[in-house]
Ligand binder design. Structure first.
Ligand SMILES: [Zn+2]
Length: 137
C-alpha cells in the first residue's frame, strides 16, 4: 500500500509545489520577517497578511523525537518501527517541521543531531520533505 500523498490547500500549495521541485521554502512575514510553518493566513506576531514563501537552507537539528510502533496505517506497517522527529530549522528558534529520519536506525537518533532536508518521492512526481543526518562538518 502506498504512503498517503500530500493534499495541498490554497494556503499550502506554494510549499508543496517547491517540495515537488526538491526545494524547501518556508512562509515568511514580509512585515516583521518572522517565519511560519505550517503556513498561516496572518502573522501571529504583527498581524500582517503580507506573507511570502522564501527559500531556506534545509539545515536544522532534531529538537525532539518519538519512535512509532503503531501499524494501524497499513502504508507504514513495513517500516515499523520508525522515527517521528520535530526538526528545528536553523533560520529561527522555534521554527519546527515534523519529519521521519529515514535510513537511520531508531536507536541512533539523538536530540540535537544536526540534520538536513532530503526529498522522498512518494508517488511519481510527488515528494515529501524528510530529514537525514547532516553531511556537513
Ligand atoms: Zn509579522
Amino acid at each position: 500500500m502506498p504512503k498517503p500523498v500530500p493534499a495541498p490547500s490554497e494556503l499550502t500549495k506554494p510549499f508543496w509545489d517547491a517540495v515537488d521541485s526538491r526545494r524547501l521554502v518556508i512562509q515568511r512575514c514580509q512585515g516583521c520577517r518572522r517565519y511560519h510553518h505550517p503556513p498561516v493566513e496572518l502573522c501571529a506576531k504583527c498581524l500582517s497578511s503580507d506573507l511570502a514563501f522564501e527559500p531556506v537552507s534545509g539545515r536544522g537539528s532534531i529538537y525532539s523525537f518519538t519512535i512509532t510502533h503503531d501499524a494501524r496505517q497499513p502504508a507504514f506497517a513495513e517500516i515499523q518501527p520508525y522515527t517521528v522527529a520535530v526538526v528545528e530549522l536553523e533560520e529561527q528558534p522555534g521554527l519546527y517541521m515534523l519529519s521521519n529520519i529515514p535510513g537511520v536506525p531508531t536507536g541512533d537518533v539523538k536530540s540535537g543531531m544536526p540534520v538536513e532536508v532530503t526529498f522522498e518521492e512518494v508517488v511519481p512526481g510527488r515528494f515529501i520533505p524528510q530529514f537525514q543526518p547532516s553531511r556537513r562538518r
